[in-house]
Design a binder for this molecule. Structure first.
Ligand SMILES: Nc1nc2c(c(=O)[nH]1)N[C@H]1C(S)=C(S)[C@@H](COP(=O)(O)O)O[C@H]1N2
Ligand SMILES: [Mo]
Length: 360
């Protein structure tokens, strides 16, 4: 496993996982604020960051709508604005824990963050354009583009695009121009991005330029080849696009390899989140999962946002290596799987992750 300390760090304290496309992760051990500051929020890009002239930029809506339309940033700012919290986790977060190794960015625990997003409801934009009755999905397309390197791949260049089903599009999907009260930065999708609360990050399309309402299922590259997993349906493995985040608790401190004083009290702490359901319970084990102890959930639950938790650990009197694990359960009773689910491929890494520490 890669250790945080071994990677180069840009000035803002993020860990670099690649320059073009830009991929940056937060050192999760530094977690201490419910709202992740913008300069500490992870960055995940598939293509170079597009340069966008915000004066010329327009959001276009087309497809199965009564009246195709386009709006400038100023037009969107003048519509009813809303601010919502949402925790966003990359579907590949925690990939460095997978054995054997799989393809993809080697994220440790920090491809996750929690921000307050301000913008307009997608449903308000859909209502203005008049989505037709047979519409089933809404495709969100970004301005970023490039070729796909490995087969199976579409020819030429493609733009980053994902779809959401009509029910979600008419629900809580926000088209955001601000993050924690500041205009979006280029890396986070300036001038406008989607925020799909409770879903893995890949759904929250950045540099949004085109909204396409469709009456047939969308099978674009990032909807059908990438960002999918095998779900057992009717006894058959069926390829399904990734959507909702899976319930998960992560330990911020101690970090892997941390030296912890013997026979003392140590505050184990971290965050837990659960897709569209609230986190109901977090437990901690200090014996590699043999026994579990309840952690304290901190503050009040906030819809679609992570929940901080802590556990006051009376560390063992004997020096040695110990394996800590955190385990979350959501309000509908779903608990993290004990072991890796093979059907998830290189995504949805929410099985129990061991944090090995040294007690001295
Ligand atoms: N247009 C576009 N949108 C995108 C992506 C992208 O590469 N292009 N990456 C997606 C993925 S995989 C994630 S996890 C989130 C990351 O958002 P962030 O960089 O603001 O953290 O953006 C999503 N939206
Ligand atoms: Mo992602």
């Amino acid at each position: 496993m890669q250790m945080e300390q071994n990677n180069s760090r840009p000035a803002n304290g993020l860990i670099s996982r690649g320059e073009t496309p830009l991929n940056l992760e937060m050192p999760f051990s530094s977690l201490d604020q419910f709202i992740t500051p913008n300069e500490q929020f992870y960055v995940r890009c598939h293509f170079p960051i597009p340069e966008i002239d915000d004066a010329a930029w327009r959001l276009k809506i087309e497809g199965a709508v009564e009246s195709p339309a386009e709006w400038s940033l100023a037009d969107l700012r003048q519509m009813a604005n809303h601010t919502i919290p949402a925790t966003m986790e990359c579907a590949g977060n925690g990939r460095s824990f997978l054995e054997p190794k799989v393809k993809g960015v080697e994220w440790d625990l920090g491809a996750v963050g929690n921000a307050e997003w301000t913008g307009v409801w997608l449903r308000d934009v859909l209502a203005r354009a008049g989505a037709k009755g047979d519409a089933i999905e809404v495709i969100l397309e970004g301005a970023d583009k490039g070729p796909i390197k490995e087969p199976p791949r579409p020819p030429g260049e493609i733009r980053y695009a994902r779809s959401v089903p009509m029910a979600k599009a008419r629900g809580d999907v926000l088209l955001a121009f601000a993050m924690n009260g500041e205009p979006l930065t280029p890396a986070h999708g300036f001038p406008l991005r989607a925020v799909v609360p409770g879903w893995f990050g890949m759904a929250s399309v950045k540099w949004l330029e085109r909204v396409i309402v469709t009456s047939v299922p969308f099978n674009g590259y990032y909807q059908s080849i990438d960002y999918t997993y095998w779900e057992q349906r009717n006894g058959l493995p069926t390829l399904v696009p990734l959507a909702e985040m899976r319930v998960k608790a992560q330990i911020a401190r101690p970090h892997i390899g941390e030296i912890v004083a013997a026979d003392a009290e140590y505050r184990i702490h971290g965050a837990a989140w659960g897709g569209e359901s609230d986190v109901a319970k977090v437990e901690v084990s200090d014996d590699d999962g043999a026994s579990w102890h309840p952690a304290a959930l901190l503050s009040e639950p906030v819809k679609n946002a992570w929940r901080f938790w802590e556990f006051r650990w009376n560390t063992p009197a004997h020096s040695g290596d110990y394996t800590l694990i955190a385990r979350a359960t959501d309000s509908v009773g779903t608990t993290q799987p004990a072991r890796r689910v093979a059907e998830y491929g290189s995504y949805m890494i929410n099985h129990l992750l061991p944090i090995r520490v040294q007690v001295r």
